[in-house]
Design a protein around this ligand. Structure first.
Ligand code: 13P
Length: 250
């Protein structure tokens, strides 16, 4: 039985004041979240605030990216050990916004996955196709290639120590959600792909859906056999909406 995970990816949003309010709002509504594990991934500068307010609660926190390097002359980068030092449990790797705006390749993402594990963090490893790729019927080829890159570099056992997030690029921030059937189809494909390397890892690894998940569609998406939770962007910035999605896993 895989415990659902609902993780908020705040992206580049918030201020000290709004972050404090959001964290307190999430904390206040946790009692009704019975099933899902909950996590938030704020921008780096707000990670200490997340730690201060969430320590001792059931909510975990994490970063949105990390460096492949452990330390040194890498201006602007954040090491996994720094995130771990602030109590992070998770770190997102390979988000499509990093892949497209920062030219992160499958190989770099795989290195980031390994760097996260080395620092003791649980990577939330994102995969997903663009609209053009979906329309050219190469969704499985693209997602399969993205998954294979981590298996090749890290090994399937290490992949199983992370969480996979299927985020169709065309559904991110567009209000256009994949239908539960469309999402389930790709989730099942991902699980079969992992199964070829290890049936045991395939059975246990959590695969989250991300892309315009909201209170209205979360329960139906998460009711699908291979959808083990959500990676939430926009709707994670409002405590009430985020909590409603967390409760949808009940
Ligand atoms: P939205 O929920 O805003 O579509 O973003 C999804 C996402 O990219 C989460 O990582």
């Amino acid at each position: 039985m895989r415990q659902p995970l609902v993780a908020g990816n705040w992206k580049m949003n918030g201020s000290r004041a709004s972050v404090a309010e959001l964290l307190d709002g999430i904390k206040a509504g946790l009692d009704e979240v019975k099933v899902a594990e909950v996590a938030v991934c704020p921008p780096f500068v707000f990670v200490p605030e997340a730690q201060a307010r969430l320590q001792g609660t059931a909510v975990a926190w994490g970063g949105q990216d990390l460096s492949v390097h452990e330390s040194g002359a890498y201006t602007g980068e954040i090491a996994g050990s720094m995130l771990a030092d602030y109590g992070c449990r998770y770190v997102i790797v390979g988000h499509s916004e990093r892949r497209s705006y920062h030219h992160e390749t499958d190989a770099l993402v795989a290195e980031k996955f390994a760097a996260a594990r080395k620092a003791g963090l649980v990577p939330i490893f994102c995969v997903g196709e663009t609209l053009e790729e979906r329309e050219s019927n190469v969704t499985e080829a693209v997602v399969g290639r993205q998954v294979d890159a981590v298996i090749a570099h890290c090994g399937v056992e290490m992949l199983g120590e992370g969480v996979i997030a299927y985020e169709p690029v065309w559904a991110i921030g567009t209000g256009k959600t994949a239908t539960p059937e469309q999402a389930q189809e790709v989730h099942a494909f991902i699980r079969r792909r992992v199964e070829e390397a290890s049936p045991a890892v395939a059975a246990k690894v959590r695969i989250l859906y991300g892309g315009s998940m909201k209170p209205e569609n979360a329960a139906e998406l998460m009711s699908k056999e291979d959808i083990d939770g959500g990676l939430i962007g926009g709707a994670s910035l409002k405590a009430a909406d985020f909590l409603a999605i967390c409760k949808a896993a009940n």
